[in-house]
Design a protein around this ligand. Structure first.
Ligand code: NAP
Ligand code: HSE
Length: 442
């Protein structure tokens, strides 16, 4: 077999870039034996060349000038691992216009500018590999685009963010506080450079729009999705989940609507939110930074993909696989086939809910909550009330009221009337804070 010598230019040498540098150094021989590809990294763009790094890189390889990567005629593939939308998007398009294939792990760019990126690639008959953009090391993109191409997929549910899954695991297994768990996730390189994107659900939403485009051939904007993060979750919610036989996970859900006769419609429900999932569900045992994607194809039936969704080496594994694929088949058509339609994302699938109301322990408060829920057509299957001990040093609530909490399990309801009921209840002076609603995923 004649070896192909491929020269890479990297944009970024942080968690994933460093992981890729190490993995190429370690498995270069193995990869060359399995493929006809031999790799070398010529230049690496960074912000600060003097910064201490986990990997040893010769000083003349690092640069702060993007043109050293994007305009170098010897560089065959540009690997974008910088993160953020700009200037990453601009550099990807510049690389394509300069005739270079691109590999990226950047879901934020693809979710917001995917059409533009793939148009630039198509104009030059070039490839953009993006396996690492969703679910880290799990080879999901290729499985959806080729292995499962013969299936109509109506339902896909994923744990798509490693950072939040790590935080929720530590909260539920060790009763670790949210902030401490987030700090560890950051130290281990799971979190985005701006971790707000992880905890507020945006990162999972970026990934979900990419999957929706592949699975449903329809383009959705992140702004169309219902997105809730994990910032408002407390250990009390985790305890309630356990008491009821569930575990809390941040889910990303893509479903077609269901008509009255049970047939599936072209309406889409795309959402990211915490959910109570029953302990026997295949996603319940997905712990720490692992991701998993459950889906149902009309021919293949149920499938579960599972593996590490964040971290240097699992992500580098997907990036390197893309590099080899692009190097071997530089003129193959792109996996991202332009969407045929714009998603109609307004299906409101009914669900059971766990509700938490922080209250002042005054006469009539429980009756008020039950009445308002009933008035909006939300029926209660289970209720639980507790007094909440004041945190050390916390100011006493007004009028000497004790603080309490009412926890309710609501029967299946669409989200809209429930949100209307919560708005009314939340505005009452009987409440000491915002009500929380978490879907129950049976
Ligand atoms: P990171 O650790 O923050 O690394 C970013 C790198 O890009 C750093 O080397 C930084 O330079 C460089 N950089 C950033 N902005 C730059 C600019 N304007 N000009 C020049 N260099 C710039 O980020 P990461 O965790 O590796 O993530 C990289 C990408 O992979 C992101 O798109 C992320 O969403 C995606 N991803 C990450 C993971 C994960 O587990 N971390 C998993 C899947 C996908 P300095 O080193 O000089 O600061
Ligand atoms: N911050 C992301 C996560 C990295 O935690 O899942 C992987 O995309």
């Amino acid at each position: 077999m004649t070896k192909k010598n491929i020269t890479l230019g990297l944009l970024g040498l942080g968690t994933v870039g460093g992981g890729l540098w190490d993995l190429i150094a370690r498995n270069q021989g193995l990869v060359a034996n399995r493929s006809d590809v031999s790799l070398s990294i010529k230049r690496v763009l960074v912000r600060d060349p003097a910064k201490p790094r986990a990997v040893q890189v010769p000083a003349n390889v690092l640069t702060t000038n993007p043109a050293d990567v994007l305009d170098d005629p010897e560089i065959d593939i540009v690997v974008e691992l910088m993160g953020g939308v700009e200037p990453a998007h601009e550099y990807i398009v510049r690389a394509l216009k300069a005739g270079k294939n691109v590999v990226t792990a950047n879901k934020a760019v693809l979710a917001t500018h995917g059409a533009d990126v793939f148009e630039a690639a198509a104009a030059k008959n070039l490839q953009v590999g993006f396996e690492a953009s969703v679910a880290g090391g799990i080879p999901l993109i290729r499985a959806l685009a080729s292995g499962l191409i013969a299936n109509r997929i109506d339902d896909l549910v994923g744990i798509l963010n490693g950072t939040t899954n790590f935080i929720l695991t530590r909260m539920q297994e060790d009763r670790m506080a949210y902030d401490g768990a987030l700090r560890i996730a950051q130290e281990r390189g799971y979190a985005e450079p701006d971790p707000t994107l992880d905890v507020n659900g945006t990162d999972a939403a970026h990934k979900l729009t990419i999957l929706a485009e592949l699975v449903f051939q329809t383009r959705a904007s992140v702004t169309d999705l219902r997105i809730e993060g994990i910032e408002s979750l407390t250990l009390a919610d985790c305890d309630a989940a356990k008491r009821l036989g569930y575990i809390v996970k941040l889910l990303a859900v893509a479903q077609r609507g269901t008509a009255a006769d049970g047939s599936r419609t072209d309406e889409l429900d795309l959402r990211v939110h915490p959910a109570f999932i029953r302990l026997t569900h295949p996603l319940a045992n997905v712990r720490n930074e692992f991701n998993a994607i459950w889906l149902k194809g009309d021919a293949v039936g149920e499938m579960l993909f599972y593996g590490k969704g964040a971290g240097a080496e699992p992500t580098a594994s997907a990036v390197l696989a893309d590099i080899i694929e692009v190097a071997r088949n530089p003129k193959a058509p792109n996996i991202w086939n332009p969407a045929k339609s714009v998603a109609h994302v307004d299906y409101d699938s009914p669900s059971r809910y766990y509700l938490r109301f922080p209250i002042y322990d005054r006469p009539g408060v429980i009756g008020f909550i039950a009445t308002e829920l009933g008035r909006h057509g939300v029926s209660i299957s289970h209720a639980h009330a507790d007094l909440v001990p004041l945190a050390a040093g916390a100011a006493k609530p007004a009028k000497g009221d004790a603080l309490g909490e009412v926890q309710v399990v609501a029967d299946a309801t669409p989200e809209k009337p429930l949100r209307e009921a919560l708005a009314v209840i939340g505005a009452s002076p009987l409440l000491s804070g915002k009500p929380i609603a978490i879907r129950i995923f049976d």
